[in-house]
Structures are given as structure tokens and as C-alpha cells.
Design a protein around this ligand. Structure first.
Ligand code: NAI
Length: 366
């Protein structure tokens, strides 16, 4: 089906269906117009198209307007001085110089993969980068190399600690991936808040209500209006709170970058670098067991999970990452749905809407 036909069919639903290559071109072009180098814009576009292709719309094209504004206002280093400092046989720090997050993290990951293949383990910290997107993108590259991956990064303070009414930690994501002998890897990837902040942005862009378990308003009261959100809630109370602390220690305190409540706000000080941290922990399972046996047993795990009888109201048990993989296959064939307002921005001459600087992370124009 041609691109044109896809758009005609779906415009009625306020959704535009675009091919992955068209979406990539539009995002890359917009980021280049904002001032990003072609190579960097290309990598960010690949990353965002991947997120939208997996149905992770919170980390796809919805972010372009924000990235374009931060780039245009010099809150991202256009010519970052990137360097890898090996600090031990299995450890290293990648200096990101506040380059665009997806590009910087992807460059750091190349060193981590080489190190893990050579030594069996690699712990690589990435210091000073901007928002690094969805962890699943990196996990797929890690598992493609027959490695297990655990990756975490900081996010700006917007989640109330258990028992508190003011935000302290970010939505600090945790991603874990393991390769399989048959089919796709297991990719577990989540925010440690009930929902990622991008899901609030997604709800705002669609102007739809959110469940009252996701967030609180400025008085600390649960809200269903995405425009009223004052802070997010951690998953499972004190347990999610503990996990977001773990992420902050591994990707913030350990890397010597601002931590906890000191992490910069995504939507404030748009002309300054974010100074975020991101950490990759890679393990070669072949150093512990036979690699083929390991991958076969991951496949077996997936098969055994599929055989578990579904609970009432469920059609089947999926392994982590599987629903995204199903969506990915579908969108590769049928095209990716993009919210109409985002599509219209992408095809317009507008570089960005100048709507973020100086605002609270939670501010909404609506
Ligand atoms: P989510 O709630 O959509 O999914 C969490 C996990 O549950 C995934 O591994 C998913 O595959 C799995 N899952 C979903 N439905 C399932 C089912 N029916 N059966 C089995 N497993 C299932 O993810 P969340 O928490 O909304 O995070 C979205 C994205 O946001 C992630 O990619 C994360 O990396 C990213 N993120 C990035 C941040 C950053 O600052 N860079 C901050 C926070 C999140």
C-alpha cells in the first residue's frame, strides 16, 4: 500500500499512518532544521521511529517538538567532544558533553558491547547526556550480540517518594534483555513510576483522561486530567520508590552527575545541558554456561510461559517485550500511527512551538 493511501484511510481517526522511512525522514529533517548534525539527527530519528514502531508512543515522535526546542536553544551540545575512558578491565565512563542523548548513549553502548564480548562483563557509565529515550532500543542491540543487558538512566524529578507529596526522583527506567535461540529476545523495559511521563504527554496530545492511579495534582490528590498533573506516583508504593533510588545510585550518584532532586528539569533551562547519567551493565552468559544452552532455555522459558493457562479476561500470557514485538511486526507491514497534530507539525515549516522554557515540568498549555 502506498504512503498516500495509508494517510487517506486513517486521517478520519485523527491519526495519520506513515511508513517507517517517511517518519524517519520527517524527524531527521526537523532535528536538522533545529541545528542538530545530520549523523546525530539520523540516530535520534532511528530511535524515535523504533519507539513508535513498538507502540511506545511516549518516546516516539511526540518528543520531537521538545527536542527541537532544546537543540535550537543550545541546551544540547551540537559538536560534543565525546570520549571513552577505560577505568578498569570491565569498566568505563563515556563522556557525553551534553550531546543529544540517543546518539551519545548509542555510541557508549558500542564500547560496552566490545568490552563485554572481550571480558564477559562490562559496566559503562555515560555521564552528561540529554534524554536517552526508550531502554528497549539499546536492549535489542545488546541481545543481538548474544549478551544480557541491564540498562538504567536518570530522569528529572517528577515522582513523589513513598509517603511524600513533593517529587524527588525521576521516572527512572529499568531495562533488562536476554537473547533467545528462537524468535525474539525477552525485553523487559519499564518506568519505575506507574506510568512514564511521556504517557502523560501522549494523553495531553490526544486530550484524553488518565487513570487516577498514575499521578497526583499540585495538591497531591490523584487526578484523571493529564493537564493537571503535579507529580507522578511510584509503582507499588515503597517498592517502586526503592527501585527508582537504585536507578539513581547506579546512573547518577555513581557517575558523579547531579542526583535525585538535583537532576535538571526536562522542560526548564532550555539553553543549558541536562547533565544526565545513563548506565549499561552487560553480561556474556557464555562465561557462566554454554551460550547455546542459555539461549535455548530462554526460548524454552518463552514457550512455557505461552502454555500457562490465561486468567479470566486474558487471551494468553505474553513474555515481557512480546506485545511490543507484535506491534512492531504489524506496523512494519501496515505503517505507524502518528497523532495528527504531531504529523502536521512534522510536515510544517515550524521548527518548534517555543512552549517549554521556564515552565514547570508539569505545565500544560491547555
Ligand atoms: P509499559 O508499562 O508499557 O511496559 C512495561 C513492561 O511491561 C514492558 O517490558 C512490556 O513489554 C511489559 N508488558 C506490557 N504489557 C504486557 C503484557 N500484557 N504481558 C507481559 N508483559 C507486558 O512501559 P512504561 O513503564 O510505560 O515505559 C515506557 C517506556 O518509557 C520504556 O521504553 C522506558 O524505557 C521509557 N522511559 C524512559 C525514560 C527516560 O528518561 N529515558 C523515563 C521513563 C521511561
Amino acid at each position: 500500500m502506498s504512503d498516500k493511501k495509508l494517510k487517506e484511510v486513517n486521517y478520519m481517526n485523527e491519526i495519520v499512518i506513515v511508513t517507517p522511512s517517511e517518519l524517519h525522514g520527517l524527524i531527521k529533517n526537523k532535528l536538522e532544521k533545529a541545528g542538530l548534525k545530520s549523523e546525530h539527527a539520523d540516530e535520534v530519528a532511528k530511535h524515535l521511529v523504533f519507539a513508535d514502531s513498538c507502540g511506545i508512543h511516549s518516546h516516539g515522535a511526540v518528543r520531537v517538538d521538545y527536542y527541537a526546542e532544546r537543540i535550537a536553544k543550545k541546551g544540547v551540545t551540537i559538536e560534543p567532544k565525546l570520549s571513552f575512558e577505560k577505568t578498569g578491565p570491565c569498566t568505563g565512563i563515556f563522556h557525553g558533553d551534553n550531546g543529544i542523548g540517543q546518539y551519545v548513549a548509542n555510541e557508549a553502548l558500542k564500547y560496552a558491547i566490545d568490552m563485554a564480548k572481550e571480558n564477559g562483563v562490562a559496566v559503562v557509565g555515560v555521564e552528561r547526556l540529554s534524554h536517552s529515550g526508550t531502554m528497549a532500543y539499546y536492549l535489542n542491540k545488546i541481545t543481538d550480540n548474544d549478551l544480557i543487558g541491564l540498562t538504567v538512566c536518570q530522569s528529572d524529578p517528577m515522582v513523589v517518594p513513598y509517603g511524600g507529596r513533593e517529587p524527588y526522583y525521576g521516572t527512572n527506567p529499568i531495562g533488562f534483555g536476554a537473547p533467545a535461540s528462537e524468535g525474539l529476545p525477552i525485553i523487559f523495559d519499564m518506568a519505575t513510576s506507574v506510568q512514564a511521563w511521556g504517557k502523560i504527554l501522549d494523553a495531553r496530545s490526544k486530550n484524553v483522561e488518565i487513570p487516577d492511579t498514575w499521578a497526583v495534582d499540585r495538591k497531591g490528590v490523584p487526578t484523571t486530567n493529564p493537564h493537571d498533573v503535579g507529580a507522578l506516583l511510584p509503582i507499588s508504593g515503597p517498592k517502586g520508590y526503592g527501585l527508582m533510588m537504585m536507578v539513581d545510585v547506579l546512573s547518577g550518584v555513581m557517575l558523579g552527575v547531579p542526583f535525585g532532586g538535583h537532576v535538571s528539569s526536562m522542560y526548564d533551562k532550555m539553553s543549558e545541558g541536562r547533565d544526565l547519567g545513563h548506565t549499561f551493565i552487560l553480561i556474556d552468559p557464555g562465561k557462566f554456561t554454554d551460550i547455546n544452552k542459555f539461549k535455548e532455555n530462554i526460548t524454552r522459558t518463552k514457550e512455557e510461559l505461552h502454555k500457562i493457562k490465561p486468567a479470566e479476561g486474558f487471551q494468553q500470557v505474553f513474555y515481557p517485550g512480546e506485545t511490543s514485538q507484535i506491534i512492531y511486526e504489524k506496523y512494519q507491514k501496515e505503517g505507524i500511527p502518528v497523532e495528527k497534530g504531531i504529523y502536521e507539525y512534522l510536515i510544517s515549516d515550524i521548527v518548534h512551538y517555543n512552549k517549554f522554557g521556564g515552565q514547570s515540568a508539569f505545565a500544560s498549555k491547555k
